[in-house]
Write a protein that binds this ligand. Structure first.
Ligand code: AMP
Ligand code: TRP
Length: 325
């Protein structure tokens, strides 16, 4: 099983409750690979030093939330050079037309109308195909926005296997285990997202407790004052209940019966989040204070990933019939 995350923007509560927490429980169920895909982040990053720092921080987050370097394989994409090497081969297996039809490319390039649109943004799916195929991946847990990229990866693998003989395992997209869906505290009909206009509705994983409490106390609810779990009619209150439920393990419906006012619900939810994050933040601070240790954990992941990746790349090169060095 492979999942990858780009080192862009700070990790927020939605990422944690919706995805990362499941990665942690999932590491004991599947042979899990988790890539920090820094090369993909280069498609839109121009400033120096940004990606490396974000990569280090994301690495610290992944270990801090509980990924165990002895269990899961957590690695940085650029540390496993096979990604770029197979990426080029993938670019030669996919057509200009296929890449032109990718929704994410069309969306992202349209949004960058007045910005530099790199060729990397266009060939991004070929690198993603390399990420996936290098690990003989069976399952890629992704949301709807990434399904098209998994489909094109399958198409590329089928085409390659047909041209050059059986080389790659065909991956499939699977629904990630359902985590909580965390909405913006100021706009509870939109998902909490790093692309939100303002961060007053966004709770970052590494935010200090006082700031977290303040954001919860100011969370948007509604003008009647009944506490009830109803996403349609009461999105703000329901979001608080769902967050509290994700922290305590109880159901949002059961929690709702315990409150008659919004104030205590906001305070309790804020406190539950602060307590849930406290050990994660402590571990993160420790890891960031010992950069050598953190980098050695990432090197260990890269070595494990590299072993599998090197074997797959060699198989692909041999089957194509590239002249051995
Ligand atoms: P992103 O930051 O959008 O690249 O998302 C990284 C992961 O976090 C993906 O698996 C998303 O599905 C998950 N995620 C992002 N935002 C939320 C949210 N507000 N609630 C639940 N899961 C989320
Ligand atoms: N494209 C994915 C995203 O935007 C990130 C990604 C890169 C990825 N390589 C991957 C996801 C391989 C799954 C598997 O979120």
């Amino acid at each position: 099983m492979l999942s990858c995350i780009q080192p862009t923007g700070e990790v927020h509560l939605g990422n944690y409750l919706g995805a990362l927490r499941n990665w942690v429980s999932g590491q004991h169920e599947k042979d899990a690979f988790h890539g920090i895909v820094d090369l993909h982040a280069l498609t839109i990053t121009e400033a120096p030093d940004v990606v490396g720092q974000a990569t280090l921080q994301l690495g610290a987050v992944l270990f801090a939330v509980g990924l165990d370097p002895d269990v899961a394989t957590v690695f940085v994409q650029s540390h496993v050079t096979e990604h770029s090497q197979l990426g080029w081969i993938m670019e030669c297996q996919v057509s200009f037309g296929e890449l032109s039809r990718m929704t994410q490319f069309k969306d992202k390039s349209a949004k960058r109308e007045h910005d530099f649109v790199s060729a990397g943004l266009f060939t991004y799916p070929a690198l993603q195909a390399a990420d996936i195929l290098l690990y003989d991946t069976d399952e890629v847990p992704v949301g709807d926005d990434q399904r098209q990229h998994i489909e094109i990866t399958r198409d590329i693998a089928i085409r390659f296997n047909h041209r050059f003989g059986d080389t790659f395992v065909l991956p499939k997209a699977v629904m990630p285990k359902a985590g909580a869906r965390v909405m913006d505290l100021q706009d509870p009909t939109s998902k909490m997202s790093k692309s939100a206009g303002s961060d007053t509705g966004l709770v970052y994983l590494m935010e200090d407790p006082a700031a977290i409490m303040k954001k919860f106390k100011r969370a948007v609810t509604d003008s009647d004052s009944e506490v009830r779990f109803d996403r349609e009619a009461k999105p703000g209150v329901s979001n608080l209940l769902e967050i509290l439920a994700a922290c305590t393990g109880e159901s949002p419906e059961a929690l709702a019966t315990r409150y008659t006012q919004y104030g205590p619900l906001k305070t309790d939810t804020g406190e539950a989040v602060v307590e849930l994050l406290r050990p994660v933040q402590a571990r993160y601070t420790e890891l960031m204070a010992d950069r050598a240790e953190l980098q050695s954990l990432l090197r260990k992941g890269a070595a494990k990933a590299g072993e599998v990746a090197a074997a797959t790349l060699a198989r692909a090169q041999r089957n194509i019939g590239l002249l051995p060095a």
